[in-house]
Structure formats: structure tokens, C-alpha cells
Design a protein around this ligand. Sequence first.
Ligand code: MN
Length: 213
Amino acid sequence: MHEFCEHYMFEIVPLPYPYNALEPYIDEKTMRIHHDKHLQAYVDNLNKAIKDYPQLHGMSVTQLLQNCGRISGCVRKEVYNNAGGVFNHTFYFEGMSPPCCDRCPEGSLSEMINRTYGGFEHFKEKFCNAAMSVFGSGYAWLVSDRNKCLQIVTTANQDSPLSQCLVPILNIDVWEHSYYLKHYNKRIDYIKDWFNVVNWGMAEERYKCMKSC
Ligand code: MN
């Protein structure tokens, strides 16, 4: 994935595909507003939050999230929420790709999913249930813990698993702005559509990279 090696001033990472590339599962208008308005606002607000804190200007988004406890109390919450918004969204956008016929994990990630969940269909069911269980705004994630075991977790608002020493593999944004224009209140329909645009190649890369770290 994008390494967020850049630091202050942060810039928005462009979508790695055209705005309409995820049609008919995720519509162009949603993608335009989600990326250009929502993500841009988190980037702008993160820059604003750390503007007067030069000691934070050399840190990447990942480093800000992993070291949030050490950031000055006056600005910590602002940094946490906005760095989370930047990381979580960029990770989500890069975790999708234009739909093609066969959408399932491959390689070592596929083996680990089968071993952990007893098959891809069982995994999908568990992941759907987790994404449905998020009350209000948040995300569902496939993560790896420090023992290299897979877990499905949920986070509220812009909390990030990075702050809990977990390594993210895949996430779905279930804030209503991710789906309301097309799917209205039917979050389950959005989750099912999202499975058609998951970039399993990227998920596999993230998993392999984590294993070799
Ligand atoms: Mn969002």
C-alpha cells in the first residue's frame, strides 16, 4: 500500500483508478464526494492541527497514529481523529479495484483465511456480520495481530487498528457517506457490492509484507 512516507504538509493521495471504475457496485458520485470532499477535509484538518507543532512535522500519518499517546494533550484528539481519517480512507480506497469476474483471495492470505475461518464463504459471512454490527459510524477490518493470526475487528469513528498494535490487511468504511447515495439505508447491500470490488491482490501484498517485517 501507499506508505504515507510523506509528512507535513500532507497531500491527498489520488484514487488509483477512475472515479467511475467501481460501477455498478459503488457509484461515481459517491466516489467523487467521498475522496475529494471527505478525505480532503481530513487531510486539511490534519495539516491545520499540527501546523504549530514543528516537532510533529517530520512524522508520517502512520507514525502519528502509532505514537499518539506521546502527542501533546491539547492537540492529541485532533491529530488522532484526522490522521485516522487520512489513513483509514486512503487504505480503503487502495483496497478496492475495478470489478472482474473472480473475486477471492489468493496465495498465503487465502491459505490463512481458510485455516482461520474454514473457507472463504465462512469468512465473508463473519466479515459481513462484523460490518453490520458497527453501531453508528466506523469500519470493519481484517487485521493481523502480532502472532501473525488473522482477526476481524471493528472500529468506531476514525479510530485505527494501528493505534492498537494491529496490522491492517483490508477495511470497509461503513460511515453512511460511503453508500447512502446509492444504497440508501441498506448497508448490507453495500457490503455485498463491496465484495465485488475488493482488491485481493493488494490485501495479499499487505499480508506478505507484514509477514516479512
Ligand atoms: Mn468515509
